[in-house]
Design a protein around this ligand. Sequence first.
Ligand code: UDX
Ligand code: UDX
Length: 438
Amino acid sequence: MKISVIGAGYVGLVTALGLAYKGHEVFCIDKNKNKINNLKNGKSTIYEKGVDNLLKMCLDKDKIKFTTKIEKGVKNSEMVFIAVGTPSMEDGNVDLSQINIVLNQISKYITQYKIIINKSTVPVGTQKEVKSLLLKNGVLKENFDVISNPEFLREGKAIKDFLKPDRIVIGYDSEKARRKMETLYSDFDTEIIYTTPETAELIKYASNAFLATKISFINEIANLCNIIGADVKTISYAMGLDQRISPEFLNAGIGFGGSCFPKDIKGLLKIGEKNGYDFEIVKSVLKVNEKQRIKPVNIILEHFTSIKDRVVSVLGLTFKPDTDDTREAPSLYIMNELLKRGALIKCYDPVMKNINRIIPGIVNCNSLYQALEDSICAIICTEWREFENINLKEVKKRMKKPFIIDGRNVLNLEVVRKSKIHYHSIGRDSYTINDKGC
Ligand code: UDX
Ligand code: UDX
């Protein structure tokens, strides 16, 4: 099939490459010339496992074309995926302006039947709004259908999630479009759920909100573990063995970040609000997360009367490992709180190297141990592999006070216990050797 994907961000690029890999003829369109030039030259614009290889393969086979010219792609395609950004606005509402701009741009090229597919996460009712806008722009009713086909791509595993998905969701209101979608996804070995556009749109929000609920729930259990001396990892493990619960998304820590969970939860709350429904659980999930992500700051403040002009190390900046993405990362909230209290921050991340573009005034170190020099406390914010094997002798040598707050529970408790350092985890044993010295 001939397909256009508009928006070459995380979701758009992975979708375009995945469909090209499956043998379709794909135009990947983005307004950003720099991005398109890099992609044309085989340079990935996102940090994502497998993208480089897939890009090379699809370019070599001439299955994908990158362009900034929306006209060229859309005129030549029978399907048009929209994968532009849908960020949160200040009030939590979803900003649909990028989608509307794209619709206004493509309307004049829809002169024969095309299927417009919403890939970006959009509020319930957007499929209908897209239809109305296209009609308002003069597109003939018989020349288009609009499908809701939400994405479930995890950063770091996006290619796998695209090619081997747990499910595909298609919201449709036209049999003709449904049949085309069946053909498009015919060789995907997974269950396809065909439903109404509203249900499809809500499946996306319900899925992300449920996963976030699991995280906030286990984080509250972890907080209780810290008080009563129980071990949250053992609890998660035991809970996960119950097939009704599943072991996934039960890792306690300093909360969830990323470009989707925080935004989608706020989006779902707004959908509830607009429809006169007060989502009590979802509201609490967000509230718990807001407290959880700055928990390390509260732990530090319990130990030090002042952190003004003292070095604090932040290890890991990205919202999770295997990505260079810091959108809504707990590390950002922690660093802002530390800066407010006058701390000097030294940070280290294996991949993300230009944090000063987001928060100025932080010392960006080239190695983990360099970030620990003269520090009174190190906070592990991301579970990068490298941190699991941190050399605790080196930690003691470099830090002013060997004190680690393990925000992702990555360190081996036996090793920590023997090393005699101050150690705080989220819901596991904590070892405080000598508080008074702080
Ligand atoms: C986006 C949404 O924000 C998310 O909610 C959804 O589920 C999937 O799509 P992401 O792919 O991470 O996520 O977005 P982003 O990295 O911002 O990429 C969007 C791309 O669209 C950018 O490359 C931007 O240049 C491009 N774009 C935007 C256009 O080509 N034209 C426009 O008019 C607007
Ligand atoms: C998410 C969805 O999982 C995916 O389906 C799509 O809708 C896009 O949004 P992503 O944002 O890439 O994917 O990350 P994900 O792996 O879901 O993790 C989100 C956040 O939750 C991260 O900050 C992670 O550290 C945190 N998390 C995850 C936990 O704190 N504990 C867990 O057990 C799992």
